[in-house]
Design a protein around this ligand. Sequence first.
Ligand code: NI
Length: 180
Amino acid sequence: MALLDILVYPDPRLRNKALPVQEVDSAIGGLVDDMAQTMYSAPGIGLAATQVNLNKRIVVIDTSEHQDQLQVFINPVLTGMGEQIETEEGCLSVPGVIVPVKRHSEVQVSALGKDGKPFELHATGLLAICIQHEVDHLDGKVFVDYLSQLKRDRIRKQLLREGRNSGKAPDQRKESVPAI
Ligand code: NI
């Protein structure tokens, strides 16, 4: 397994639209393992392949209390359901920034697992938020896109400044909202 570099906003590669995985083989399994290790180490509770510059529709999520229940979504397809709710989100690609975002409170997901088998899942709560955030990443969308141009510019400038000063992203552990 290997730790992968997480792209930081406004890196233009975060705008890539990921392509469907054609076959879930051992190479894809290896990428899933690397993504999981990268997510746990960040630490975060979700990571999309786009964030580590892999142009494939793969998402890893672990919203469990003890971070011991990895969920893998390959080629996920979402249907949003339920009411729109606003929660605060953090993102591994936008370090140190917490943003209120409106999402569906529930989603129906169909995807392939790490074993290549299709499955369906009805998700609520944090998992539902997380899946919507990660599928946005696969479509080249970052959560700051939901903000006004003014706020987005401020965040972009702040991250460019921090990137130049330190050469590395701030420690996510300082944040109270888990990063996805
Ligand atoms: Ni994110």
